[in-house]
Design a protein around this ligand. Structure first.
Ligand SMILES: [Zn+2]
Length: 113
């Protein structure tokens, strides 16, 4: 996912890190011949990159983690409601409706990573 660069800061080893709007950071090293980013060595160069976008893989990882946890929690809610509907003597259609209604109880605070 692309994120805007909001600022830069130096890390504890004096390497420049781009601060992204998502809260993540990304090292911007000038280490020729491996990495050519001469622009990062000057204040003007860094300033010219503020407001441009960088791809944030940490956001992608986070979204995947949250998505999987959300699906897991929804399945748990639905299975529990379906079972309870069966114990209460509901027909298959009633159990299915109960399972769907259980999604209204979804609370992101219950997500487990
Ligand atoms: Zn991010």
């Amino acid at each position: 996912m692309e994120q805007l660069i909001t600022n830069f800061h130096l890390d504890h080893e004096n390497h420049w890190v781009a601060d992204l709007e998502c809260g993540h950071g990304q090292h911007m090293r000038h280490d020729p011949p491996w990495m050519e980013r001469l622009w990062v060595t000057t204040a003007e160069g860094r300033l010219s990159r503020i407001g441009t976008k960088l791809y944030c893989t940490r956001c992608d990882e986070w979204i995947e983690k949250i998505s999987k946890a959300t699906i897991r929690e929804c399945k748990n809610l639905m299975l529990k409601a379906y079972e309870e509907g069966g114990i209460s003597g509901l027909c298959a259609e009633g159990r299915w409706e109960l399972a769907l209604d259980s999604l209204n109880n979804f609370d992101p605070k219950n997500l487990k990573p």
